[in-house]
Ligand binder design. Structure first.
Ligand SMILES: *[C@@H]1O[C@H](CO)[C@@H](O)[C@H](O)[C@H]1NC(C)=O
Ligand SMILES: [Zn+2]
Length: 420
């Protein structure tokens, strides 16, 4: 059986081999420059800032990928503007081919080691959805899977409700967590799945009994599959209803929420990676999150959107950099979660940064973090998971570390809520 699986997988690999050619000769650079300048480039989508982080005050660091043509355009520009840059990889296509091989090997190892999901490899849409249905079958009193809606390409967006009281106890707080709104951030679904796993495997713990959970482990399945099968660095949905979508399909789910939507010039070009879409909630993926949040918004103190990467807890308001009325609480809870993670993180991992999204990074509109805050969720965060030196391409052998350390942070946030 194992051998058969291996053959099938190898066939699958060879038939899709070559999709990384589009990144042949693309190089990765770490750049560092004035926050305002880089933020503008990033917000406009002029440069695909693969990650950003504020290092010292007023300075932003980012990883960018540059094709040979883009290097001719940007490197002189960087020189002119005193943006420093260091090449960190010669050929992105090579990195992606290597990643693909590692994942195939890790899948084989996981398949060989038995049934169930392992925390040592990445799974596709079908495997994740099957896993969720299986959990609901095995834990009928605790886990409900909601088939929440179809994507543009017809995939089912599922989410999980975990409750020892069937969501009927209106006094319990609700925590909502989503993952993979951005397709290429593969490390995020395992984190969501691990949270589900921990809640189910500790049914008597107060985090399971005293809190109702809504977890959306794969919010953007179209984009995720596209990232797995066609373009590893795909970020958006795959919808094609907007003007210009033949050439530039897809919408940035984390710019599509109805909060200051349409107020940023840079987000209305369908060809940038931060395209906000033709209307707020134009995407089925964001409508699913909206509806899941709204159903019991009055008893939801915490929403976390899982992203990668950069080791950050970011809170509102991203649209103008001011603080909500409970800014102090947002910071306090963020710091507690961050410290819980840092305490068990790898030595080489950078400590978490906690702060206002616009101040730490740059202005954003239409984000799920700001929208959930505006409709009444007390504490809302964008959580940027670690990328170590790999960015989005976190090797499978790090999954276990990331899921366990992040759970330590989420559990701390949940306990904080119960202490109120
Ligand atoms: C900043 O944006 C928030 C909503 O996100 C709004 O409530 C607040 O009034 C704005 N502050 C300023 C100074 O414009
Ligand atoms: Zn993201």
């Amino acid at each position: 059986m194992a051998r058969l699986v291996a053959c099938v997988l190898l066939l699958a690999v060879s038939s899709t081999y070559g999709r990384h050619e589009q990144y042949e000769g693309h190089q990765l650079f770490q750049i560092r420059g004035p926050q305002r300048e880089l933020a503008t480039l990033g917000a406009k989508g002029a440069l695909d800032l693969l990650s950003t982080k504020a290092s010292t005050s007023g300075v932003l660091e980012a990883m960018v990928k540059l094709s040979p043509e883009e290097r001719q355009q940007w490197l002189p520009y960087f020189d002119q503007r005193e943006i420093t840059y260091t090449k960190i990889a010669d050929n992105l296509a090579e990195i992606l081919r290597k990643e693909e091989q590692e994942i195939e090997l890790s899948r084989l190892a996981a398949a060989r080691s038995g049934e169930g999901m392992s925390w040592d490899t990445y799974y596709d849409y079908e495997a994740i959805n099957n896993h969720l249905d299986e959990l609901a079958r095995q834990n009928p009193g605790l886990v409900t899977v909601i088939n929440a809606g179809l994507t543009f390409e017809g995939r089912q967006i599922k989410y999980v409700r975990i409750s020892t009281t069937r969501f009927e106890n209106e006094l319990k707080p609700v925590i909502v967590i989503d993952a993979a709104v951005h397709a290429r951030e593969w490390i995020t679904p395992p984190v969501a799945l691990y949270i589900i796993d921990q809640l189910i495997s500790h049914p008597d713990d107060e985090l399971t009994t005293e809190i109702d959970w809504i977890i959306i482990p794969l919010a953007n399945p179209d984009g995720y599959e596209y990232s797995m099968n066609s373009d590893r660095l795909w970020r958006k949905t795959r919808s094609r209803v907007h003007t210009g979508s033949d050439e530039c399909p897809g919408v940035d789910g984390n710019r599509n929420f109805d909060h200051y939507w349409g107020t940023s010039d840079s987000a209305n070009d369908p060809c940038t990676i931060v395209y906000e879409g033709p209307a707020p909630f134009s995407e089925p993926e964001t409508r699913v999150i909206r509806d899941a949040v709204m159903r019991q918004v009055n008893r939801t103190p915490l929403y976390i959107s899982l992203h990668s990467y950069g080791n950050m807890f970011l809170y509102a308001w991203g649209n103008n950099g001011t603080l909500p009325e409970n800014g102090l609480i947002l910071h306090l809870a963020g710091v507690r979660m961050a410290q819980a993670i840092d305490a068990v993180a790898l030595d080489k991992s950078e400590p978490y940064i906690v702060g206002n999204a616009a101040n730490v990074l740059y202005y954003t509109t239409g984000t799920s973090r700001d929208w959930t805050k505006s409709v009444g969720v007390t504490m809302t965060y964008t959580l940027e998971l670690p990328g170590y030196e790999y960015g989005f391409i976190v090797p499978p052998q790090y999954i276990k570390q990331v899921v366990t350390e992040t759970w330590a942070g989420i559990a701390e946030g949940a306990r904080y809520i119960l202490s109120w």
